[in-house]
Design a binder for this molecule. Structure first.
Ligand code: ZN
Length: 417
């Protein structure tokens, strides 16, 4: 049965949020961002929902340490989100923030059924990025043996995986796919001991999920998080595989309409907005994640009472308008995955030539004969036109020809601006 419940904020949660806001006002950033706002005037959920959002652009303007809400002697570490598109965002952490993050991350491993007996092979990057170190903190707190590989050097990854009998692989979806393909190519699948894989959550298609699961022979878990809010580990899917549980003892979440900012009722898809309840170093109030999802109602069959959000369907800033049509990357995944002989890997390149938008769609296929590829290209163009609304130039390439990345994979390249 499908039922819609409105998100109700209890008085206790409201008090906790107000306390977090009072603390946030110790930072130069929030003193400015909330100027003219009196925390004591916030008496209801509706009052809270009138507060301005915090966006990544705001955080960039607070560079380098404008977000710090504690004196410097309490800051033990900084992390930074990627600076590829401008000024990076610096997030300061206190020891309590690190401990809380480790606790949440250990809970993620437990939810996935990982135990002290496991050997956790960590491939996400270390350094300013929160990925590798977060996976390590949680696994160490749990008491499992960690193998802090970091990304790259496939030969060494596979050697350690074989010699140390890694049982849990932590990776991005595209790196897990690269390793799966390499294991298949080398014919060593019978010799690897992997049982589970925790995949840093981004939007990824069903076909890619099936390939990784079957080629590695593992159970897959989606782990959620972002550098601005601790890092990965603030939520994870469970053995019931219906959405991701979110650790609401540390976070308050809302789902909003990305266009109007209005809070949506449970069940409707929109953008996830997070408020930290106990973060000391850099508390965030109504932070826009730009991740699109929806709240799932009812109890999870696994019995855990933490609320759930659905698998991510994309990012609100990834929606692209081409020839008057909105394209959602998740819709492209869905359309392509239904076409036989088309693999999970593709790239869409949008250009503006001679006054009009052109779209090239490159997809991988195991078909190697050119005539067979040509007829598949025609099929892809026709199906794309009827499902998405315009015709791309489809081009088949061989398996493994499109780049795999160790970070989040980008499949749509918009060269128009
Ligand atoms: Zn569950």
């Amino acid at each position: 049965m499908y039922c819609v419940i409105l998100v109700i904020m209890t008085l206790e949660i409201l008090d906790t949020i107000k306390e977090s806001m009072r603390h946030a006002l110790n930072s130069p950033f929030y003193r400015n961002h909330f100027s003219g706002i009196n925390v004591e005037d916030i008496r209801t959920q509706a009052d809270f929902e009138q507060l301005p959002f915090t966006d990544k652009e705001n955080l960039r303007n607070a560079y380098p340490l404008g977000l710090a809400a504690v004196p410097e002697e309490k800051i033990v570490r900084i992390h930074s989100s990627s600076g590829t598109t401008g000024t990076p965002v610096i997030i300061p952490y206190t020891q309590k923030d690190i401990n809380d993050w480790a606790m949440m991350f250990a809970r993620c491993y437990e939810t996935a059924g990982v135990t002290k007996q496991d050997r956790v092979h960590i491939t996400p990057g270390y350094g300013l990025w929160t990925a590798g170190i977060g996976f390590q903190l949680g696994a160490e707190l749990l008491g499992a043996m960690t193998i802090p590989m970091g990304p790259g050097n496939t030969d060494k990854q596979l050697k350690m995986m074989l010699d140390l009998h890694s049982t849990v692989l932590c990776a991005t979806s595209s790196y897990a796919l690269l390793l799966a393909e390499e294991i298949e190519k080398r014919g060593i699948r019978d010799r690897i001991s992997l049982k589970k894989s925790l995949i840093g959550s981004e939007r990824w298609g069903e076909r890619m999920r099936t390939r990784i699961a079957s080629e590695l022979g593992v159970e897959l878990y989606d782990i959620y998080g972002l550098t601005e809010i601790y890092g990965p580990g603030i939520g994870i899917s469970c053995p019931a595989q219906c959405g991701m549980h979110i650790w609401t003892d540390y976070l308050y979440y809302e789902i909003i309409d990305p266009k109007t900012g209005a809070v949506l009722p449970a069940g409707q898809s929109g953008e996830l907005v997070l408020t930290t309840l106990y973060k000391e170093g850099a508390p965030l109030i109504r932070y826009r994640t730009h991740d699109l999802t929806r709240e799932l109602s009812g109890m999870c069959p696994c019995g855990r009472s933490f609320p759930r959000i659905d698998t991510l369907i994309g990012r609100s800033d990834d929606m692209i308008k081409v020839k008057g049509t909105m394209i959602y990357p998740s819709r492209v995944d869905e359309v392509l995955s239904a076409i036989p002989d088309v693999s999970s890997e593709y790239q869409i390149i949008i250009d503006h030539l001679n006054g009009r938008d052109t779209v090239n769609l490159l997809f991988e296929t195991h078909l190697t004969e050119r005539p067979a590829q040509e007829s598949l290209e025609k099929i892809v163009e026709t199906i794309f036109k009827s499902a998405i609304g315009f015709t791309p130039y489809a081009k088949a390439v061989g398996m493994g020809e499109l780049p795999r990345s160790e970070k989040k994979s980008t499949r749509i390249f918009d060269n128009r601006y």
